[in-house]
Design a protein around this ligand. Sequence first.
Ligand code: SF4
Length: 82
Amino acid sequence: METILSEKTEKATDGVSRTLEAIARDNPSKLKLFEKIYDRKAAITECIEGQCLDCMGFDTKGIKECGDHRCPLHRFRPYQDK
Ligand code: SF4
């Protein structure tokens, strides 16, 4: 299988590599965000975006409408109307 992942990403752990391969296949527009997160170069807001995307299966509308007020990230979640 041909990969579109960067050389640096290929050096990541197997679990991270599998996750990035799935993102590259299913949500390619978010690949750079997750590469930055796993390279430890992401800002905290980008990390929260990554967590919310993972939590909601990459459904940005679901994140916007998230009703879990118990979640510590709720008020910081992305895609809210300002
Ligand atoms: S704020 Fe909502 S979407 Fe984001 S991690 Fe928490 S429960 Fe999931």
